[in-house]
Design a protein around this ligand. Structure first.
Ligand SMILES: Cc1cc2nc3c(=O)[nH]c(=O)nc-3n(C[C@H](O)[C@H](O)[C@H](O)COP(=O)(O)O)c2cc1C
Length: 166
């Protein structure tokens, strides 16, 4: 069923007013190259087992490669990493040549300086309209004491200082 343009625009307006964090989801493709993209569709799903989800647009150039992998890493960006978010959303740039990262023991690309990194095994993939939802089961977690990068109204930035007051 095709949605009316009015409904699509209202949907976009509503979602633009829903603040999220910003992540970069990474993996190693079938040719052993690191691939990754900026993602704000990330959410927690379950505590037992530990599950998270994110969704990928079928038009993303690495979509077919993501369908073939059995693991990925979610790098939750820190508030000083807006440049990393822009890098992993921009076309025709060598994303991994322009940031600091390393391969984990699980052979997943880990972006340096992130607020947290969740390494996951693919638990389930669900086709949903023009996206595919990935549900991941967490295998390794690292957490740093850093404030998150926030996305709201198509802008990225740090949390307002009122969030840091007790
Ligand atoms: C803040 C932000 C959040 C994004 N979230 C998603 C997302 O959840 N899923 C997705 O498929 N693309 C998302 N994108 C867009 C992708 O990052 C972008 O389309 C992708 O990097 C393009 O990759 P390509 O040049 O390899 O096709 C987001 C972009 C930004 C700036």
């Amino acid at each position: 069923m095709k949605s009316s343009l009015d409904k699509v625009n209202s949907f976009k307006e509503a979602m633009a007013n829903y603040p999220t964090g910003v992540t970069v989801v990474t993996t190693i493709d079938e040719k052993d190259n690191p691939i990754g993209l900026t993602v704000n569709s990330f959410a927690s799903v379950s505590l037992d087992p530990l599950l998270i989800l994110w969704s990928i647009d079928k038009r993303v150039s690495t979509y077919e490669s993501f369908l073939k992998v059995d693991k990925f890493a979610v790098n939750i960006l820190a508030d000083n990493q807006a440049d990393i978010a822009a890098l992993f959303a921009s076309r025709n740039t060598d994303r991994f040549a322009n940031c600091k990262w390393n391969l984990s023991a699980n052979h997943l690309p880990i972006i340096h300086g992130a607020a947290a990194t969740l390494q996951c095994n693919v638990f389930k993939r669900i086709e949903a309209g023009d996206h595919t939802i990935f549900i991941g089961e967490i295998s390794e977690i690292t957490v740093e004491k850093k404030s998150p990068l926030v996305y709201h109204g198509r802008k990225m930035g740090a949390l307002p200082s009122s969030f840091h007051e007790n």
